[in-house]
Ligand binder design. Structure first.
Ligand code: ANZ
Length: 792
């Protein structure tokens, strides 16, 4: 017989060990079952370990994967570590250890923390982006991009973080600041690698709305994430219109024209001047003509010190300078209009030149006001007509090329060589052919070094290791590329490696790739909407083009996880001293109680504050289930609960499928509350309850399953299927009020008793918040409709 008391310590590690020994969750490719691939965004193993917020998504995928397995799917639910990048490097610098050692230690800690939560990961498929056997393939993808002309060295101003001492991509910047450290980003003219993601802009955009073979959306993603991607890609249809420079003929070195980009060609007749970005090439061409060359030059210099946020801040007064005695001709009116240089026009969008129409454009109007420039009201023309006559139709994107080199140590080495002595000039050498290393020589391993602090001179610390950097092949001297890849490289394709993690001759075997196809469910933080999720889609499409994958999109269904905030409502952080550690929760309440609480605490995609009392509640629920197991009676009649049990099966199954975990848990609680009232419980009903509970609380379900006399794992049992003919009535929505104010709506089975509903609603966090510990003075109950709790 089971112990009288539920004691998670006595059962949880026991089952974890048993599952490991029995390889209960080991996944093999098999044609006999349909496949289901469920994936978590893999963690970055920081030095601080996991706090209770991190596992929320992992618990959710664990619940889904366990149900799918029981439903007869061949489930792939893997886990790994994304361990290259700045945080690991900075941690290592701070702790004065090598990043290799730091990562090893942190990964071990994370694995331990994940293990005690009882996840069903197939650890035999673990990947780690810093493992040379893994990054061999990250480097291989880079070589392929290079071969196809999609990776290229450029000498251009890029975003530079003065604190992290490295170049950054646009995706690494938030409001003009380094997304990692918050430092204001500067522009630096540097030689750097870029990946031409813009060549995929149209496909990245179009496939957000692609349909599958059945006409359903190919991507079942939150609309908000699709919308952020659309905005990030920023497709803009407009026209380029040429303004001839007055009295200035074109020569072989000078174009003699200013080309502007506009989305409002219909306003061409209202143009009163032209504005150029300070960095626009055409400005240099026009400088010689300007009678105030020095003044213009001084303005260009001053613009250099400004950040992009300042330049584009709508609340700041606009600045600029006129190029005196320079005029351009409006092609529509033949009028000569003045030319200004102003930093509200950005050099890297459109053509870096704008036709100003103060009558219709707010920014132009503000500028015109400051400098007393004329405004011309006009009757708008037909856009198409204007474009036909004067313009050329063009499409522009906000998306920028992916700046792909980092001047840091802890990343994948970029596998190319530069011929020594060909050109020391950065601008020229960016145009020189480089020698990729042979794919047979991959991985190009990151050498172990003593010093891995950043240098600030635009070179990575690798540049100091002369034995590594200098290479001689057939008498020709080369220098290795010393920049490394950005943190996002390894995570742009890792989901493919789980399909075939140990293959040393292929990134993924085609048969396995076809078998696992795309990821069926991907769960992770919404903050990745425009970074990881755009990069991964880009690489996936590239891998599709070169025949490595057979699908056009990597992630079919995407779900974002709502953050768990600390009980003070702030983000959990060591800085605020408000971190709750999962190990402690497991130690005090058990993993099953914590898992149940995280699924029950609120709608999955919404942010919610942690409340340890909630774990007390789910622990009590498990204890009830434990006590129910003592009431099993072979002969007990189950007819009284037949309808209830079938309704529970239906609701729990549908809710897990729709990732509505909180309502699935409350449905289970209602069933348990009802069964609890009985003297005896039918074995059949109890076993169904255990199966429905198994995805959420795998240890206690396994223990009680064994107590029921089974010697095989409950997690390999088949999932209950409801019988509609046994369901007598439907669901109802009960408005739950506290002192007459509706605080929650409980969707539940029809005809529940007042008692059952009161019990259920008191568990709801949205009701608890209002009731707290106050006694309930009166209950107003309108069957199937309203429950009003009257408190002081
Ligand atoms: C004339 C005009 C009249 C404009 C009007 C707008 C309204 P989106 O939609 O973001 O693509 N523009 C073009 N290049 C620019 C640059 N490098 N920096 C700052 N502004 C730039 O915006 C396109 C519009 O933004 C263009 O259309 C141009 O102003 C401005 F009533 O041309 B428009």
């Amino acid at each position: 017989m089971t112990n009288d008391k539920y004691d998670p310590k006595a059962i949880e590690s026991k089952w974890q060990d048993k599952w490991k020994t029995d390889q209960t969750y080991r996944t093999n490719e098999t044609a006999e079952k349909p496949k289901y691939y469920v994936l978590d965004m893999f963690p970055y193993p920081s030095g601080e370990g996991l706090h209770v917020g991190h596992p929320k998504g992992y618990i959710a995928t664990d619940v889904v994967s366990r149900m799918k397995r029981m439903q007869g799917f061949n489930v792939l639910h893997p886990m790994g570590f994304d361990a290259f990048g700045l945080p690991a490097e900075q941690y290592a610098i701070k702790m004065k250890v090598n990043p290799v050692a730091a990562v090893e230690k942190n990964v071990a800690r994370y694995k331990k923390q994940l293990e005690i939560l009882g996840f069903d990961y197939d650890w035999s498929r673990e990947v780690n982006t810093t493992d040379p056997k893994y990054y061999k393939w990250t480097q291989w993808i880079f070589l392929k991009l290079l071969e196809k002309g999609l990776a290229e060295e450029r000498y251009e101003p890029i975003n530079w973080c003065p604190v992290d001492k490295t170049g950054l991509s646009n995706e690494d910047i938030e409001d003009g600041k380094c997304e990692r450290c918050g430092a204001v980003v500067e522009k630096r003219l540097m030689k750097q690698w870029v990946l031409k993601i813009t060549e995929y802009a149209d496909r990245l955009l179009a496939d957000l709305d692609a349909k599958d073979a059945e006409g359903k959306p190919l991507l079942d993603w939150p609309e908000s994430i699709k919308e952020s991607q659309r905005n990030w890609i920023g497709r803009s249809e407009g026209a380029e219109i040429n303004f001839v420079i007055d009295g200035h003929l074109s020569t072989p070195t000078m174009s003699g024209i200013v080309t502007v980009f506009t989305t409002r060609a219909d306003t061409l007749f209202g143009v009163t001047y032209i504005v150029l970005a300070p960095e626009a090439k055409i400005v240099q061409e026009l400088l010689e003509k300007a009678s105030n060359k020095d003044e213009v030059q001084a303005y260009i210099e001053s613009a250099k010190t400004k950040t992009e946020i300042d330049r584009t801040d709508a609340t700041k007064e606009k600045t600029g300078v006129e190029m005196k005695d320079v005029r351009v001709i409006n092609p529509a009116t033949g009028e000569a209009v003045p030319v200004w240089v102003a930093d509200y026009v950005l050099s890297d969008y459109g053509t870096g030149a704008v036709m100003a129409v103060p009558a219709y454009d707010e920014r132009d109007a503000q500028f015109a006001k400051v400098y007393n420039l004329p405004t011309k009201e006009i009757i708008l023309e037909d856009k198409e007509e204007i474009i036909k006559k004067f313009g050329k139709k063009v499409v522009k994107y906000k998306l920028r090329e992916w700046v792909f080199s980092r001047q840091r140590y802890w990343g994948e080495p970029i596998p190319v060589l530069h011929r020594v002595g060909v050109s020391e000039d950065s601008a020229l050498s960016a145009k020189m052919p480089i020698s990729p290393i042979s794919p047979n020589d991959l991985p190009l391993e990151l050498p172990l070094v003593e010093q891995y602090e950043p240098t600030d001179n635009g070179e990575s610390p690798l540049a100091n290791i002369s034995e590594w950097v200098n290479v001689e092949i057939d008498g020709v001297k080369y220098r290795r590329e010393t920049n490394t890849m950005p943190q996002w490289a390894g995570s742009s394709w890792y989901y493919l490696r789980y399909m075939d993690p140990h293959n040393d001759s292929k990134l993924v075997d085609p048969s396995r790739e076809k078998y696992w196809n795309s990821v069926d469910l991907y769960v992770g933080g919404a903050e990745h909407a425009t970074r990881h999720l755009i990069y991964a889609r880009f690489w996936h499409k590239f891998l599709y083009d070169i025949g490595v994958v057979s699908t056009i999109e990597p992630f079919k269904k995407l779900q974002s996880v709502g953050l768990i905030m600390a009980s003070d409502g702030r983000k959990m952080s060591k800085r605020w001293g408000n971190v709750i550690n999962p190990d402690e929760m497991v130690d005090t309440f058990g993993a099953d109680s914590m898992r149940l609480y995280e699924m029950f605490m609120g709608p999955f995609d919404q942010a919610i504050s942690w409340n340890t009392n909630g774990v007390v509640g789910t622990r009590r629920f498990i204890e009830k289930v434990w006590r129910l197991s003592k009431k099993i009676h072979e002969g007990a009649k189950k007819t009284a609960y037949e309808s209830m049990v079938h309704k529970t099966i239906k609701k729990v199954t549908e809710d897990i499928e729709l990732l509505k975990f909180n309502t699935a848990v409350s449905t289970l609680m209602i069933l348990v509350n009802d069964l609890e009232k009985e003297e005896e419980v039918a074995r059949e009903d109890f076993e169904i309850l255990l199966k429905l509970l198994a995805p959420f609380a795998p240890h206690v379900a396994e223990e009680l399953w064994q107590e029921c006399g089974h010697d095989t794992s409950i997690h390999l049992e088949s999932w209950p299927v409801h019988d509609s003919s046994k369901i007598i009535d439907d669901v109802v929505n009960i408005a739950v009020q506290v002192n007459g104010k509706t605080r929650e709506v409980l969707t539940t089975m029809k005809d529940l008793t007042e008692d059952a509903v009161v019990k259920a609603v008191l568990e709801l966090p949205g009701v608890q918040k209002w009731v707290e510990d106050k006694p309930i003075k009166r209950v107003i109950w309108v069957k199937n409709r309203i429950l009003n709790l009257i408190i002081d």
